[in-house]
Design a protein around this ligand. Structure first.
Ligand code: ADP
Length: 252
């Protein structure tokens, strides 16, 4: 009888714990939702005044009565406004991911990667960066979201290897029984291993990237999208040698 009693106590305890976890999870989801709504609203509200700052600064810049000193100041205002605009767009993207449902479809990777690499190479003026493509198997997932994942990872690979003499970016995929895994490899500055746990954290940027523009939102978006797909994301890196980011999506 005492064995039965112990069993009963354990079962009650496990059930209680499971219930607590479920409640915590619900709270966490609700907090995420609130944060997404907050980010979404505030980003939208910031855009309108920012647009007028930009428009009027541009108009003043064209005004002949403004001297060189005044023009320099206006340039600073415009650079600041552009940076703010970029950050707002990134936060809006993150909030959008949180608020949208994943629509599963076949994502044609050769096509997608061709568009993305062309766009990224142009945006970062990366003419000297070599691109090596391996096998590019298709993925199952949300076209828009997957495009965002690869845009962010490839932009980072290009951005954080722009200082080496011969940047080389390699992209290749591999299908196993359960997942399709993609690797995006660069020979850039790498990541100090004391930051390993914090790389995907929102707004977190490493010490060695101070001179390079960025917001620390890109990888948080990647993580969020991959989680929404029940996929995985991780990386390997060596400071001053380069990094490889991996994403794995279920074959379904
Ligand atoms: P951002 O690039 O806008 O700073 P991310 O969220 O995309 O933000 O990346 C967070 C940080 O992780 C970067 O600031 C950088 O320190 C580091 N990082 C990301 N990708 C790489 C990479 N390929 N090589 C080296 N460091 C990287």
């Amino acid at each position: 009888a005492s064995v039965l009693r112990v069993r009963e106590i354990i079962i009650t305890d496990v059930n209680k714990k499971a219930n607590e976890v479920r409640l915590l999870n619900e709270k966490l989801q609700a907090a995420y939702e609130e944060l997404d709504t907050f980010s979404y609203t505030i980003s939208h509200d910031l855009r309108t005044p920012l647009t007028s700052i930009k428009t009027y600064a541009e108009l003043m810049l064209k005004n002949k009565s403004i001297d060189d000193n005044g023009k320099k100041m206006l340039d600073r205002i415009l650079t600041g406004a552009d940076k703010m605009n970029f950050l707002i767009k990134e936060i809006l993207n993150l909030a959008r991911v949180g608020r949208s449902d994943v629509i599963f479809e076949t994502v044609s990777m050769p096509l997608l990667l061709k568009d993305i690499t062309t766009e990224v190479w142009t945006a970062f003026k990366a003419d000297n960066a070599e691109l090596v493509l391996g096998q590019l198997p298709d993925l199952k997932g949300d076209n828009t979201m997957i495009a965002q994942v690869f845009t962010n990872l490839i932009s980072n690979a290009v951005k954080y290897s722009s200082m080496v003499e011969k940047p080389k970016i390699e992209i290749f995929g591999d299908v196993n029984t359960e997942e399709t895994v993609y690797a995006i490899k660069d020979n850039g500055m790498g990541i100090d291993n004391r930051y390993y746990d914090r790389v995907f954290e929102l707004f977190k940027r490493m010490d060695n990237v101070k001179d390079i523009d960025g917001t620390g939102v890109g990888l948080a978006i990647v993580k969020r999208i991959v989680e929404k797909h029940n996929g995985r994301v991780w990386f390997e890196s060596k400071l001053n040698y380069g990094s490889t980011f991996y994403v794995a999506f279920k074959n379904r």
